[in-house]
Design a protein around this ligand. Structure first.
Ligand code: FES
Length: 204
């Protein structure tokens, strides 16, 4: 019932209602919500960057702007959704060699694997790639060859439902060389990641 055509043929998928997300943030102190998109073995997460950082983050420049053909490649700025325009979606799989990222572990140092609540750096536990979420997942450390892909979201102000409608770049794929963004155009259904249940945050 949730699926209609999204951008460029991606499915439009209802992730969660804002009330449920806010309730989780309140009860756990964790502004992160996991979901799978577009395939059930492709974990992603929502993050409320304003709740994480304590400052408004109403939009992010798309690091992949102009790198892909079609409507997804023409998105220059990605706007946050929700009442404060502060909620964003990211893939939860590292684009280096495909480790799952511990976005549910909140840490206060970018050197610890997990999501740093002071500057929104998400640190991969495998080889130390570091993604700066408030700048669209750009790489600020480690071997990741490109930014962490973002999930494009839509928000229905009347119902409070948050939808995924596409991604700004392909996720990790082991079957294709990963030296440039355009080398990595395929999703890889052989991977069997699981999506953490909600709420699942811990303080690292
Ligand atoms: Fe994340 Fe290598 S898989 S840094």
């Amino acid at each position: 019932v949730n699926n209609n055509d999204g951008l460029a043929g991606f499915p439009k998928y209802k992730i969660v209602n804002i009330k449920d997300f806010q309730q989780q943030v309140q009860s756990t102190g964790c502004p992160v919500y996991f979901f799978a998109y577009p395939l059930t073995n492709e974990p992603c997460f929502l993050v409320d960057l304003e709740a994480l950082l304590g400052k408004p983050v109403p939009q992010i420049e798309n690091p992949y702007y102009g790198q892909f053909a079609g409507p997804l490649g023409s998105i220059k700025v990605i706007k946050g959704v929700g009442p404060n325009n502060s909620i964003y979606g990211f893939s939860d799989v590292c684009v280096h060699l495909g480790c799952q990222l511990p976005a549910q572990v909140l840490v206060t140092s970018p050197n610890d694997p997990g999501l740093d609540i002071e500057d929104s750096i998400l640190h991969c536990p495998c080889h130390g790639s570091m993604y700066l979420l408030e700048k669209g997942g750009i790489v600020v450390g480690g071997p990741a060859p490109r930014p962490l892909p973002m999930v494009i979201l839509e928000y229905d102000e009347n119902t409070g439902d948050i939808y995924a409608v596409g991604t700004n770049a392909p996720y990790f794929s082991a079957s294709i060389p990963r030296t440039t963004p355009t080398d990595n155009l395929l999703y890889d259904p052989r991977y069997d990641y699981s999506t953490p249940s909600n709420p699942s945050c811990s303080k690292g």
